[in-house]
Design a protein. Structure first.
Length: 160
């Protein structure tokens, strides 16, 4: 089932927000990008699970403050279905989470699985079969579309 670009909802990973804000498109240089992203968030077209906000930090500065300012529209609801998907993902791909605390990656994927949404990440597929699984590999295994930041911007029709 393919969704039209006009109605597709994108589940955005932590890496995307950091790449946009801190590495490629700083808001002081590309203010119109952030205006357009705010509108996309308001429309419910881009979302990030609350775990992404936690990974971004306390919300006092920089990208963390900017993404947190998009609440509540940017944070999708967590349901028992999401929790089941997270459990299944962590069981099948235990190395996906690096530490002992629950990280955002399985939540990003679970939200996309549960509602046919598209994952957006800057992570790349690993070419070494014994390396830690990355979001794109888990998405492939679960039949979830996974794209990068630039592709999301194209699909959203963002113009600078």
């Amino acid at each position: 089932m393919s969704a039209s670009f006009e109605t597709t909802v994108y589940i955005v990973d932590t890496s995307v927000w950091i790449r946009l804000y801190e590495e490629c498109y700083p808001p002081e240089v590309f203010p119109s990008l952030y205006t357009q992203l705010q509108e996309c968030a308001r429309q419910g077209r881009i979302m990030s699970p609350r775990q992404v906000l936690v990974e971004l930090g306390d919300g006092r500065h920089g990208v963390s403050a900017w993404v947190r300012a998009l609440q509540p529209s940017i944070v999708p609801k967590e349901t028992s279905v999401i929790a089941k998907h997270v459990g299944s993902i962590c069981s099948e791909f235990p190395a996906l989470i690096k530490g002992t605390s629950m990280e955002a990656d399985p939540f990003v994927i679970a939200h996309a699985i549960s509602s046919g949404r598209v994952v957006v990440t800057e992570e790349r597929r690993s070419i070494h079969p014994n390396s830690r699984p990355r979001i794109p590999a888990v998405c492939d295994a679960r039949g979830v579309m996974c794209i990068d930041t630039l592709e999301m911007l194209r699909r959203l029709g963002v113009k600078l």
